[in-house]
Ligand binder design. Structure first.
Ligand code: TXA
Ligand code: MG
Length: 379
């Protein structure tokens, strides 16, 4: 049985009932139970990071491969002591600027500080201080560092609503604190810091440009996608598979059940798609694929820029942000992927977003959701 608490993130003050609920969840966490909770990125599934049995229960509930390490969440600066062996100047600058917030730092672990199941036996530990008031209150109530992957079944899109967690994990976890929709909608940026250099392992809520304002020497592998070899070619299109380089990437991530394909224009990675146009190769190609799939009897879906959604005819068309509103697209992406599942959509085509700002993380997740299927359409 999973216990559910609903709280108002704005209302966690003093002696409020909401705080009482979070304290109850915190006691369960401290006692070794696994509890899902909102953060400003996505919902997490938390366990006491020092308790191996609790951490193991997280892997079991999610069906997560055991060699993929977890992020440790803290609420106060003092919790860093005893968790990590060393914080370089560059790492300290990043923390000062972005914590609390959607940035995870991979740092040398203090030996024995957390269960070896958290770090998957690595000498490093990933640490983050979330900005969400419910997450902070829960970590403080538990009184321990909280190891938490995203609160989805492994391979599914991360949860941005409590309902998504319930869908995936009801009956498999001790509790869920429902604090409403999450903010960013994509996971935190994961970085490693080597000397004065920052390398982005997973693009996320904090963009590379923002990182560079604190630490100028910051590298990121494109959007984690390397278009390297052709898998098939179409009439006016070529497909590429990609090898994302962020950790844990050997596994399919964030994926809807249907087969998804990301479609972009050839010239660049940042297509400024015309709002409406008679000669729009991306729209024309997607619509032709939809029509073919329909003729095969498949249910079809299109994920498009908001202002272009009305140009498509498919079983489910979801408009999601746009080139000038990438934040909204990021916020809505995972919910959209789950909607395609709910409607039994077998084939999904998604318009590429500009790889810029949060668009880097957005495209990284979309390409993974597509299992690397990216089609480039020539004009
Ligand atoms: O926004 C987020 O980061 C969310 C919320 C709940 O905080 N959490 C999250 O956790 O996305 P998860 O487990 O889905 O992703 C953790 C990522 C994985 O890519 C994992 O490989 C990487 O962090 N990671 C964890 N520990 C690491 C380490 N010691 N070295 C390198 N990568 C690490
Ligand atoms: Mg995850």
């Amino acid at each position: 049985m999973t216990k559910y608490w609903t709280v108002d993130p704005e209302g966690i003050t003093g002696q409020s009932t909401d705080l009482y609920k979070i304290e109850e969840a915190g006691r369960l966490l401290a006692a070794g139970e696994i509890i899902a909770f909102p953060t400003e990125t996505v919902y997490g599934l938390g366990a006491d990071a020092t308790n191996t049995a609790a951490v193991e229960a997280v892997f079991v509930a999610k069906g997560r491969p055991s060699d993929n390490p977890l992020i440790v969440h803290i609420a106060d600066w003092e919790q860093l002591d005893g968790l990590v062996a060393e914080v370089s100047d560059a790492a300290r600058r990043l923390m000062a600027r972005f914590w609390p917030g959607p940035l995870t730092l991979v740092l040398p672990a203090w030996p024995g500080a957390v269960s070896p199941r958290v770090t998957a036996g690595l000498a490093t530990v990933a640490v983050r201080m979330p900005a969400h008031p419910v997450a902070q209150a829960l970590i403080r109530a538990a009184g321990c560092p909280v190891a938490a992957p995203s609160g989805n079944r492994s391979g599914r899109p991360s949860p941005t609503l409590a309902a998504h967690v319930r869908e995936d994990l009801d009956g498999r976890i001790a509790g869920l604190v429902d604090g409403g929709p999450t903010g960013v909608g994509l996971e935190s940026t994961v970085v490693e810091v080597v000397g004065d250099r920052v390398h982005v392992l997973r693009p996320g809520g904090v963009t590379a440009d923002q990182l560079r304002a604190a630490v100028p020497d910051c590298t990121v592998d494109d959007y984690g996608v390397e278009p390297d070899h052709e898998t098939k070619s179409g009439q006016q299109a070529t497909s590429v598979t990609s090898i994302p380089k962020s950790p844990g990437i050997k596994y399919t991530h964030y994926a809807p059940r249907g087969e998804m394909t990301v479609v972009r224009r050839q010239e660049d990675n940042s297509p400024q798609l015309p709002a409406s146009s008679h000669k729009d190769p991306v729209r024309e190609w997607i619509q032709s694929q939809v029509n073919e799939a329909r003729n095969r009897g498949e249910r079809t879906g299109v994920l498009s820029m908001q202002e272009r959604a009305s140009h498509y005819d498919a079983d489910l068309v979801i408009g999601c942000g746009g080139p000038d509103d990438l934040e909204t697209a990021a916020h809505l992406l995972y919910a959209a992927l789950r909607q395609f599942d709910e409607q039994g959509i077998a084939s999904i085509w998604a318009e590429a977003y500009p790889v810029d700002g949060i668009g880097t993380a957005l495209m990284n997740r979309m390409v993974k959701a597509a299992g690397g299927r990216v089609v480039t359409v020539s004009p």
